[in-house]
Every structure is written in structure tokens, then in C-alpha cells.
Design a binder for this molecule. Structure first.
Ligand SMILES: [Zn+2]
Length: 480
């Protein structure tokens, strides 16, 4: 079955050209002006619109069991919501309990993900250290298509790892050609502040932000950058939300260290005032880690994207409904952490990024798909409109507007963090694996249509680092 996307402007990270896009099966066959439609081809009219690689969300948690609750978007509904917003692939996190098998965890996730409507892959978390973890990291990279491992410096007593684990794991990942993802918040500091706030009687959602001030993230970011620097390893810091962490990454990059930073669409446009809501449930709906920040951090994050200190955008889509959030009614530390937005990321980035002149349409593609595909080594299969690439395509209407609302979104969650926000720029059509799955407001997802995407080890940055550092074994000084 072939599809011809006709009359649009193809926008890649490097160049924009007027061209049609011919798709055969699940691959792009041809990108050229005025392609004549093959017999029986389905025509998608892209006249006056932009044709871009589908978004890749490198950070989601579908049906995650977290803080005693299961996130309400599963791999089917979550990827479906993504497709309605132009996102055609997610990288989710397989998170084993400390001490549990990482390989078994990967298998559990792959069963849950069988129902995905769009392509997916998994980062796997390192939540403790042992010989078995060392061995399983090797097995996952060799046999399971995993090239990234997640680490939490936060969530003391649950998922948090200390500097010793980070040193072991980042070193092991380096020798395997895998990259480490880091949630950078000082978990000991957060725990300490949580106890102090509760003891002083501040137990509402506003205390969530107070317990995780910007310095908590800045310290952890600097610390893990220093650790990775000792090892000569590239790292990827997830959901950078502060000026402090952005500056730490920028400084490291300026010295030649290979540090990547990801920013969530939410942190670019929402601020800490959400926790002052008089409605407990509304304030609680915004509880996520890192929390929303004072406004000036938004400017630093945008600047980070523009200057190249931050490379990717994500959502950390991990949604809990009001009755689940209510578990923390008496104690903010028990509010399940997480917000949504997989459907809205591209519109938010377009409206507030391209629409304001902060970023160009090509940069938009770079930060919504191409950089992620390159860092996680699935480029040019993903993140590019070119012959041979996967037929994951969004036809983008840069002039149409919509008002974001829980009433119209496709996620299962009962709240939208952007409620009432009007945005210009939306996905008119989304093509996933060559199938037109979203067209003019009609979502036609198929349960199980998505496929697992293997990600090979040793992406380009590793070769660069290997050359720079020599990576030779240290030698003792020979003395007489
Ligand atoms: Zn996350």
C-alpha cells in the first residue's frame, strides 16, 4: 500500500524544500517535487502545510506503577494521544525494583507495550549495583537493543542510587557503548526538606516545590557531570528544569564534555504559581518532579534550547487521575508524581517556540525528533524525511489554532496541565509506519500496530570520546 503526501514543504533539521513524499509500506520511498501518484496510492493533501518527521518523545511512563498507583495511560492510549499530536515514537523507561532482574523487567515492559499504537523503545533503569547488574547491562545491549540506562539521583529509599552506583554504572555503560540518562535531583536534600516541611505543618502540594528548590537540581547536575567527566563518558540529563542545571550543562559542553540536556514542554511554559491554587486537586495535579519553577527559569531553558546547551524536548508523560492524586491529601510526599502532555508537546513547542521567533522550523524538527534520534542512535531511520527512513510523518498546519482541553484530549487522564491555552500550529495528519492514523481530528489507531525499535550501541559521540580520551588502560610508573 502506498501513500503520497502531496504539495507540502518538507522540513528536516537541516533544510526545507517543496516536495512530495512517497511512502511504500512502512518506509519512505521518494522525496521529490511533483511525484505522479502510483496506481491505487492514497493521496494526503499537504498543500500549504509542512511535512516533518513525526515527533519522538524520549521520556514517557505508560502504565507505570509508581508510589502505589498505576499511571492511567497505557501503551495504547498513551501512544494514541501522541499520534493525535504528531508524535510517532516514544522511548519509555523499564524500571526494575532495586535488586530485581533488569532483563526480566525489560520483558515485563515488552509485554505491556505489545498494545502500543506507535513505535516504542525502552531505556532500562539501574536502581542498584551488583555483579548481576553489570552482567545484565551487557546482555541488554547485546541481545535486546538497549543503548541507554536510566539513573535516579532522587527518590531516596525507593529508586535513588548513590555516587558509587553512578560511578560503576556510567563506567560500565561507557565500555558497552551505551549512554546514561540521569534524573538529577539530590534525593537526600529533598528527603531532608520534606521532613522539615511536614514537621512545620506544611503538608499541601505547595510544599512539593518547596522541598525541591532549584539548587537541589543544580547540585545533582553538577555532581553527575563531574562523575561522568572523571570517566570520560557522555551523559544525558533528563527533564532539566532550572537555570542552575542548564548552566552546569553549558559549562561542561564549553570544556568539550559530551553532556546532553532534555527539557519538558511543561517546564517551558508553566511556572510555580500552579501550586498556589486554592483547589487542592488542581495544585496536586501539577505535582511532578522536578516541580514547576519561578518564571525566570523558563527563559533560561529557552535560551538553553536556542544555544544548544539543551538538545531534546520530552513530556515525562506519566498521568494519574484525581482519586490517585488524593492519596496525598494529608501528606504531599504521597501525591503520585507525574503530569501529561504527550499530545500537546509539538503544539506547545511550535506556538511558544516558532511562533515567538525563538526557534526556526528546522530547529523545531531538531529538538522534537532529530536530536533524539541521533543521541539514541536510531537516525536516519527516525527523525528524518528521506528515502529509506521509516514512514513516520506529521503533516503540520502552522496556521490553524486549537484550544487545549481535557474535554478534547485523547489521554485517559482527567486533567490537562495546559487547560484553556490557545495554540497555533497543530498536526493535521499523522502517518505512523505508513498508515494514516490521525487525519482532520479523526484518530484511527490500531492496537498493537507499533513495533519495538532496537537501538544499537556506540552512537557517534562514543567514537569522538574514545579518540579524545584514548581510553587506554592506566599504567603504573616503573621504578627501579
Ligand atoms: Zn520520568
Amino acid at each position: 500500500m502506498s501513500v503520497l503526501v502531496q504539495g507540502g514543504t518538507v522540513v528536516n533539521a537541516d533544510i526545507s524544500v517543496r516536495a512530495d513524499v512517497l511512502i511504500d509500506g512502512d518506509k519512505i520511498m521518494q522525496v521529490a517535487p511533483d511525484i505522479s501518484p502510483p496506481t491505487g496510492a492514497k493521496i494526503v493533501d499537504a498543500g500549504g502545510m509542512l511535512v516533518m518527521p513525526g515527533g519522538i518523545d524520549p521520556h514517557t511512563h505508560m502504565e507505570l506503577m509508581f508510589m502505589g498507583q498505576v499511571a492511567v495511560d497505557d501503551f495504547f492510549t498513551g501512544t494514541g494521544a501522541g499520534l493525535a499530536g504528531g508524535t510517532t515514537m516514544i522511548i519509555d523507561f523499564a524500571i526494575p525494583a532495586p535488586g530485581a532482574s533488569m532483563v526480566e523487567c525489560w520483558k515485563d515492559w515488552s509485554v505491556k507495550a505489545e498494545k502500543a499504537a506507535a513505535d516504542y523503545s525502552f531505556h532500562v533503569a539501574v536502581t542498584s549495583w551488583s555483579d548481576k547488574v553489570h552482567e545484565e547491562m551487557g546482555i541488554l545491549t547485546r541481545d535486546y537493543g538497549v543503548n541507554s540506562f536510566k539513573h535516579f539521583m532522587a527518590y531516596k529509599g525507593a529508586l535513588m542510587v548513590d555516587d558509587g552506583v553512578l560511578l560503576h554504572s556510567i563506567g560500565r555503560a561507557l565500555e558497552l557503548g551505551a549512554i546514561c540518562n540521569i534524573h538529577a535531583e539530590n534525593g537526600d536534600a529533598v528527603f531532608h526538606m520534606q521532613q522539615k516541611l511536614l514537621a512545620s505543618g506544611i503538608a499541601g502540594p505547595e510544599a512539593h516545590a518547596l522541598s525541591r528548590p532549584p539548587g537541589v537540581e543544580g547540585e545533582a547536575a553538577q555532581r553527575v557531570i563531574a562523575i561522568a567527566g572523571l570517566l570520560g563518558a557522555p551523559i544525558y540529563i533528563v527533564h532539566v528544569s532550572t537555570q542552575e542545571a542548564t548552566e552546569a550543562i553549558a559549562r561542561a559542553r564549553a570544556t568539550g564534555q559530551r553532556v546532553y540536556g532534555e527539557v519538558l514542554a511543561q517546564h517551558l511554559v508553566l511556572d510555580e504559581s500552579v501550586y498556589q491554587s486554592k483547589h487542592w486537586a488542581t495544585a496536586a495535579a501539577y505535582v511532578m518532579s522536578p516541580p514547576f519553577r519561578a518564571k525566570h527559569h523558563q527563559q533560561a531553558l529557552w535560551a538553553g534550547l536556542v544555544s544548544g546547551a539543551l538538545q531534546t524536548t520530552a513530556t515525562d508523560h506519566c498521568v494519574f487521575c484525581a482519586p490517585q492524586k488524593a492519596m496525598g491529601r494529608q501528606d504531599f510526599t504521597k501525591i503520585p508524581n507525574g503530569t501529561g502532555g504527550i499530545e500537546d508537546r509539538l503544539s506547545i513547542l511550535w506556538h511558544h517556540g516558532v511562533g515567538t521567533g525563538r526557534i526556526t522550523p528546522n530547529e523545531f524538527v531538531r529538538i522534537t525528533s532529530t536530536n533524539t534520534a541521533q543521541i539514541f542512535n536510531i537516525f536516519p531511520r527516525k527523525g528524518l524525511i528521506a528515502p529509506g527512513s521509516d514512514a513516520d510523518v506529521v503533516v503540520w498546519d502552522a496556521h490553524a489554532s486549537r484550544t487545549i482541553s481535557v474535554k478534547t484530549h485523547h489521554s485517559q487522564v482527567d486533567f490537562n496541565v495546559y487547560e484553556g491555552m490557545e495554540v497555533t500550529g497543530l498536526a493535521r495528519h499523522t502517518i505512523s509506519r505508513g498508515n494514516l492514523v490521525w487525519t482532520d481530528g479523526d484518530l484511527r489507531t490500531v492496537r498493537g500496530a507499533g513495533r519495538y525499535v532496537e537501538r544499537p550501541v556506540f552512537p557517534a559521540p562514543f567514537r569522538a570520546i574514545g579518540i579524545a580520551n584514548g581510553l587506554a588502560a592506566p599504567k603504573a610508573v616503573t621504578r627501579p
